[in-house]
Design a protein around this ligand. Structure first.
Ligand SMILES: [Zn+2]
Length: 594
């Protein structure tokens, strides 16, 4: 019993977590727009490319199933598949979502969790402390004037909790110690550091931007100098227990709901870009803060949007490196659009000079990533040089190799062939070198669901029986009285029966949910979901059940009879034993009035 005994979380608690998290709500929160259609919800499937929705979610059964690609499961399976969360993390995430406390595994992790909470609290206090400094008419004047000059409004200062670290090199340290924090805690969150002058604050005489994580908790800080002769211009918290820059996007928390509504995100570089755009009403903006764009960033965004706009200025150094990072987004199935700004301008200065409408116009005209790579090569005149053209082709192939949709890929190959004046075969050659399989090999896609027409009569009865059982879990105990899982001859149905029989042993009142958790076989999870969510429910389930049981029993009896006779013949078994077995056989026959 894999899931039941998992990691010291008692089954009652797993049940409670499951009952309090509605599958439709969870799936929508993961960014999939579900629409009510009859008693189920529908959406375009997040696991395969489609134009008409076949991804079905049932609140009643707490299951999902895609009739297109035949993937299915419950809330936990969904998180495992869609967010790549392991089982235990999915439970933790769901428990957190509805505030069900989980028993922590051991003393050590309990302590770690407590330590983390304390550090988060310390960062909250520091955020307030910096913010108060900025608002203080005496201490914060210089920083306030600086922000005013950069046209940051008071409401932005409040919304982004912007603050000020005062001039003294130990101001925060002394203040926090007085309020009861320890030096070790301050070191742990990176607010102070040990150096040749002893222990000092990390930030002083800087405007402070708290970096808030997805849950709304400040995990790090960024500081901007006020005097032009101080370096570095920006200073960020180094990695800590709370902060991993490759997994954090500035303003993700603030941009979340706007991103979910528009299904689009705008990716910029710095604090002021985010603040400017947000102040002008473009709320779905996040920043990577100068870190190279990572796989974790991509999966964070994937949860909220379908499309990401990236803003480059004309002379951006390292565009190639940035594009390489953006391929992570393509791999996540996100559409990537590139928007260009005039030389030397960033979104902040551009919007200040030209207004937000001009920004939105450029946004509307943004190119896709492949188009951008080609245009850039054309504009720089590089395509006439063979080595440059080869490099461009390699870069584009790199991007193309991440595209999952075959139709999209094909269109891009055509486009690239045309623009670069190359044969499609040359592009395919590059793609094959990157492990992309040409279309022919894709035809033999394996269907997971046993095909009705290919089932023999016995398998077909087994399938019908399974379907009735899944739509009416109350019947499981009836079926179990007459059959063992070995009686099912189709390997998949036998496996499902095995799990089904096992689960009903442990619990009287079983749900399909328990089953899905118990099956560690993905193929079986998918089939189970299809049984549960199939559109046409069996009309007279009781009659169908009895019919199936009767027919299945006929098959079982035939087997049994054949077995008895063959062993009796082969081994010259004694007559009494054979007789006993035949009596048993006729009893079974009577049971079903055969
Ligand atoms: Zn699908």
């Amino acid at each position: 019993m894999r899931a039941r005994s998992f990691n010291h979380i008692p089954p009652e608690i797993i049940d409670e977590v499951r009952q309090r998290n509605d599958i439709a709500e969870v799936i929508m929160e993961c960014g999939i727009p579900l629409k009510l259609a009859g008693k189920n919800y529908k959406a375009c499937c997040p696991f395969h490319d489609e134009k008409t929705p076949s991804f079905t979610v049932s609140s009643e059964r707490q299951m999902f199933y895609c009739f297109g690609c035949q993937v299915g499961g419950n809330t936990i399976t969904f998180l495992q598949k869609y967010e790549n969360k392991p089982f235990i993390e999915s439970i933790e995430w769901l428990a957190n979502r509805v505030g069900v406390p989980l028993p922590t595994q051991d003393q050590k992790s309990k302590e770690q969790a407590k330590k983390r909470l304390n550090l988060e609290e310390l960062n909250r206090l520091a955020t307030k402390y910096f913010h108060r400094n900025l608002l203080d008419s005496k201490i914060g004047t210089k920083a306030s004037i600086y922000l005013k000059n950069r046209q940051v409004s008071n409401s932005s200062i409040r919304a982004f909790q912007i603050g000020y670290a005062t001039r003294g090199s130990k101001d925060l340290l002394e203040n926090a110690i007085r309020k009861g924090s320890s030096k070790q805690q301050l070191l742990d969150v990176g607010l102070i550091k040990d150096n040749e002058n002893g222990t000092t604050d990390r930030f002083w005489d800087r405007v402070i931007f708290p970096i808030i994580d997805e849950r709304g908790i400040p995990v790090a800080f960024g500081g901007r100098v006020l005097s032009p002769d101080v370096f570095p211009k920006y200073l960020n918290t180094a990695s800590t227990v709370l902060y991993d820059k490759s997994k954090t996007l500035y303003n993700l928390y603030g941009a979340k709901s706007a991103m979910q509504k528009t299904r689009q995100a705008i990716l910029v570089e710095g604090y002021f870009d985010v603040i400017r755009l947000s102040q002008e009403g473009v709320k779905n903006t996040v920043a990577s803060l100068g870190t190279s764009f990572s796989k974790s960033h991509a999966s964070l965004l994937k949860r909220f949007v379908d499309e990401v706009f990236i803003v480059f200025d004309g002379d951006s150094a390292g565009i190639r490196a940035t594009v390489r990072g953006l391929n992570h987004l393509v791999k996540e199935g996100l559409k990537v659009r590139v928007m260009m700004l005039p030389d030397g301008q960033d979104p902040d200065t551009f919007v200040l000079h030209h207004g937000v409408e001009a920004f939105n116009e450029r946004l509307a005209a943004a190119m896709n990533l492949v188009e951008f790579q080609i245009r850039r090569a054309v504009e720089t005149g590089g395509l006439r040089q063979i080595d440059v053209k080869t490099q461009v082709l390699k870069d584009i192939a790199d991007t193309l190799s991440n595209i999952k949709s075959r139709i999209e890929l094909d269109q891009y190959i055509n486009y690239t062939a045309q623009e670069l004046d190359l044969d499609r075969a040359i592009i395919w050659q590059e793609l094959r070198a990157l492990g992309v399989k040409p279309p022919q090999s894709n035809k033999s896609k394996i269907k997971t669901k046993p095909n009705k027409t290919s089932l023999n009569p016995r398998h077909s009865i087994e399938q019908q029986l399974m379907e009735v059982l899944f739509q009416n879990p109350d019947f499981i105990s009836i079926a179990k009285e007459s059959f063992s899982f070995d009686d099912f001859k189709h390997p998949i149905f036998s496996e499902i029966a095995k799990v089904l029989w096992k689960v009903t042993e442990a619990k009287d009142n079983i749900s399909i949910q328990d089953l899905v958790d118990e099956c560690n076989n993905e193929e079986i999870q998918n089939i189970v979901s299809s049984f549960a969510l199939t559109e046409n429910n069996v009309p007279n389930p009781k009659i169908r059940l009895e019919g199936c049981l009767k027919k299945l029993n006929q098959f079982v009896l035939l087997d049994l009879e054949r077995d008895i006779r063959t062993t009796a013949l082969a081994e010259g078994q004694d007559d009494v034993k054979t007789l006993m077995e035949l009596v048993e056989l006729s009893k079974r026959r009577k049971q079903f009035n055969l």
